[in-house]
Design a binder for this molecule. Sequence first.
Ligand code: GUN
Length: 290
Amino acid sequence: MELIDGNNTAAQIVAELKAEVATISGRKPCLALVRVGDDPASVSYVKKKDQTAAEIGITSRVILPPVSTTQAELLALIDQLNADLSVDGILVQSPLPKHIDELTVFRRVSPQKDVDGFHTLNLGKVAQEDDSGFVACTPAGIMELIVRSGVKLSGKHVVVLGRSLIVGKPIALLAMQRKPFANATVTVCHSQTADLPSITRQADVLIAAIGKPEFVTADMVKPGAVVIDVGINRVPDATKKTGYRLTGDVHFPSVAPLCTKITPVPGGVGPMTVAMLMKNTLKAWRLAHA
Ligand code: GUN
């Protein structure tokens, strides 16, 4: 079993982007990070995004509307950022408070500044295999991790656990693209799938993105499979200072020995997501300068 090291791969990408940003004279790429309220996981993610931007030389603008912000106020803020010529990329951290409709918000971001890739137009471009748009950061990071760790998807059976807009749907579209590094046969499973283990056991590459701690157990995995764990779950742990520990959607101790390769949590897909956000921000800056 080999660990797929997301920290190391993300650090390489960050170094590549830093070198590229260093060649920019004049206005550097700028990313607006919008976080509504104080969801603890979101606080930590936005902080990491802000720090990584600074490391690369991308300007970041963190905007923190209170949890009481109305949908109309949030949409007005997005309109303002869309119109602001000094802003290249806009990210609205999910989840948003319950009184706000996420899809309405994601669709309000200008497609040219949609570094999260959640806008209808950018998701549609993934389906149409048009590389001019933005691919959502988590699926983009998974593909990059797969390619850079030498896993070949062509002709393989990729099973995706989860059908979310942020991960499940776009990773399925990417893995089946007519590209040399893709060309997979894809099955998407979800909460209504009958006899789930019989399907996951057919996976050459299993991508777990259901947000249930340690859901994937050894009986669900074919020996020799590659397992990509997208989950980042906080589970209570009294032995930790923070009172919790992070765990993936895969029960690592029982599954890892079966795999040829597996991503750890933390240190797998998570850091890649942030690196791809930075890559998208640079792409948005190029779009603005084309
Ligand atoms: N919440 C979990 N993943 C993401 C992501 O990729 N982007 C945003 N904006 N929120 C998230």
